[in-house]
Ligand binder design. Structure first.
Ligand SMILES: Nc1ncnc2c1ncn2[C@@H]1O[C@H](COP(=O)(O)OP(=O)(O)OP(=O)(O)O)[C@@H](O)[C@H]1O
Length: 325
């Protein structure tokens, strides 16, 4: 069972926001939709939720054809970046809302709200108003509210986007742990590669309305299918017509005799903590970035204007360069 998206296309006027996307999102996993701004991630999430209608194609959720179902019949919970909370209701009432409109017995609602507030570590704030919570606490409340009705699928659109870096990181760890406890199929949109790499079981890279690659964080990082994916999931530099990660280049101050070594001169050395970022202008005219430890740079006597030889480290990920960096 899963979310099956088949040949979905969505246009806004002449603009193709989602271009014939076919994709299976596995049950019980945490899947990230990752890509640059405007790539179509939110549109695809809204189509899964039923908030937007695809022009063509089908969506099935856990074996049920949801293509024509309204959002409230899809059994999905959502959380958006700026979540609309009921400002005049306490945290507990906000979480209870979905259950109360479904006319669940009072005792059952109270029990479930208690359980959910515990899960999101907000029990002591049950009687506060949302305005008396921090941004991170408010997003946790939003998640409890979305989980209250036991959705089959939880959809999160940049849920931590508006929070500062430290709180984002805390919530990210927390979301991972929460997911390990409840295992509800979760799809979240992010443009932050670090967030996706840290949290997701599976990442779907979306660009210009199309799926560029699907895989685990390791697969995407180690075996990117294109220079776009490689560049989006980490830093890249260009050496001899291939894209390569700066820490995957070996640098020597004496000729190594290795086939395909590129000779050049160090033009800049920048020390950042324990790392050194070295810029090398090769004889072929490439400006290459190499990242290494300070100790290593010192040991080989690296400095500006020193002549060096660059080779890809063995086992380095390299992808033919197709477009400008
Ligand atoms: N209601 C709309 N009317 C017209 N164009 C739209 C509409 N909604 C989205 N678009 C366009 O569709 C494209 C995809 O938008 P979408 O919000 O899905 O991208 P995204 O990948 O989620 O980006 P972001 O990270 O910036 O939210 C964008 O170019 C956007 O301008």
């Amino acid at each position: 069972m899963s979310i099956d998206i088949s040949h979905v296309t969505k246009k806004f006027g002449d603009f193709v926001a989602i271009d014939d996307v076919t994709l299976t999102i596995p049950t019980g996993q945490l899947t990230a939709l990752l890509g640059p701004s405007g790539g179509g991630k939110s549109t695809l999430l809204r189509i899964i939720a039923g908030l937007d209608k695809a022009d063509s194609g089908t969506i099935s959720i856990e074996g049920v054809d949801a293509t024509r179902l309204p959002p409230q019949k899809r059994n999905v919970g959502f959380v958006f970046q700026h979540y609309a909370v009921f400002k005049h209701m306490t945290v507990a009432k906000n979480v209870a809302f979905g259950l109360e409109i479904r006319k669940k017995p009072k005792a059952e609602v109270a029990e479930r709200v208690d359980e959910l507030l515990k899960l999101v570590h907000l029990s002591q704030f049950a009687h506060r108003l949302p305005a008396q919570l921090s941004g991170g606490q408010r997003q946790r409340m939003a998640l409890a509210r979305a989980l209250a009705v036991e959705p089959t699928v939880l959809l999160l659109d940049e849920p931590f986007g508006a929070l500062d870096a430290k709180v984002r990181k805390e919530l990210r760890d927390w979301l991972r742990r929460l997911h390990d406890e409840v295992h509800v199929t979760t799809v979240f949109v992010t443009h932050d590669q670090e967030e996706a790499l840290e949290v997701a079981d599976e990442i779907v890279v979306i660009n210009e309305g199309r799926v560029e690659q699907i895989g685990s964080p390791e697969e995407l990082y180690d075996e990117p299918a294109s220079d776009f994916v490689m560049g989006f999931l980490g830093e890249v530099t260009r050496l001899n017509g291939v894209n390569i990660r700066p820490h995957d280049i070996e640098i020597a101050t004496v000729p190594t005799g290795a086939a395909g070594a590129s000779a050049g001169y160090v033009t800049r050395l920048l020390r950042i903590g324990f790392e050194v970022r070295v810029t090398v202008l090769t004889e072929d005219g490439d400006e290459v970035t190499v990242v290494m430890t300070r100790t290593h740079a010192r040991a080989i006597g690296l400095d500006t204007d020193v002549k060096v030889w660059l080779t890809p480290a063995s086992g380095a990920t390299v992808v033919p360069a197709m477009r400008a960096l």
